[in-house]
Design a binder for this molecule. Structure first.
Ligand code: PXP
Length: 251
């Protein structure tokens, strides 16, 4: 299928709704309700990352979201035995394999696919055997793109974190260089495997997303932190009004 001329889809990462809930150890805000609201608002899919340390999304969230979604669930996991078992039970539409370090605030770099081709080929086929499509989160780097294709991945997700960081630091030249790296990685992926889907994500905001969304051949963007941060401000005025109404109503 040729996806190169269509506009990219939006996958919304709702991990930080769960972060807010876990900060208090209560049962709100509900990531399930957030997922359904995002779908109603036009999200093309929902992404959640079940981390080994369960710092935000919990196992029960994964099962419930998988049950209730009407679009597609993209489950991010580290390529461990524990996560393989969970993914094969949940059967999300997509699994995205990401590197994971306990001490990191968020996923720092892409997966080093080139150095674990045999392990990842087997891991991917175990997921594909139960009908799950597999994406690999990699840096925009030729070696990693080709290694992902060798492993039999259905998609790659290009890490846009460096591009975003350079923008935040005001380094326009470096940010442009990162953009060119991403474009080059897209071109290599297209030349090497025309069936491979090409996603991108990490650190995308309303300020930096357009240049990435304009790249021909990008299938889907996965966006979380900045979108949830925007939601605070688009919802805060209404939340104040709702609280006042709750305070003052009679009866
Ligand atoms: N894609 C992947 C593979 C990720 O790990 C993350 C962060 O969990 C995202 C996209 C979304 O990044 P952000 O929250 O910075 O938008």
């Amino acid at each position: 299928m040729n996806h190169s001329t269509q506009k990219p889809l939006l996958g919304v990462n709702i991990d930080h709704v769960a972060t807010l809930r876990q900060a208090r150890g209560v049962d709100y805000p509900s990531p399930v309700a957030a997922a359904l609201l995002c779908e109603q608002a036009g999200a093309d899919g929902i992404t959640i990352h079940l981390r080994e340390d369960r710092r935000h999304i919990q196992d029960a969230d994964v099962y419930e979201i998988a049950k209730q979604l009407t679009t597609r669930l993209n489950l991010e996991i580290a390529a461990t035995t524990e996560m393989l078992e969970i993914a094969r039970k949940v059967k999300p539409f997509w699994v995205c394999l990401v590197p994971e370090k306990r001490a990191e605030l968020t996923t720092e770099g892409g997966l080093d696919v080139a150095n674990q081709i045999d392990y990842l080929s087997d891991y991917i086929s175990q997921l594909q055997k139960v009908g799950i499509k597999v994406s690999l989160f990699i840096d925009p780097d030729e070696t990693q793109v080709k290694a992902a294709i060798t492993c039999g991945a259905d998609a790659i997700e290009l890490h846009t974190g460096s591009y975003a960081e350079q923008g935040l630091a005001g380094n326009v030249e470096s940010q442009n260089a990162e953009l060119e790296r991403i474009k080059a990685a897209v071109a290599i992926a297209q030349q090497t495997d025309s069936e491979l889907l090409i996603n991108a994500g990490h650190g995308l905001t309303r300020d930096n997303v357009n240049a990435i969304a304009q790249i021909e051949g990008i299938y889907e963007l996965n966006i979380g932190h900045a979108l949830i941060a925007d939601a605070v401000f688009s919802g805060l005025a209404q939340a104040v009004a709702m609280m006042k109404a709750a305070m003052y109503h009679q009866g």
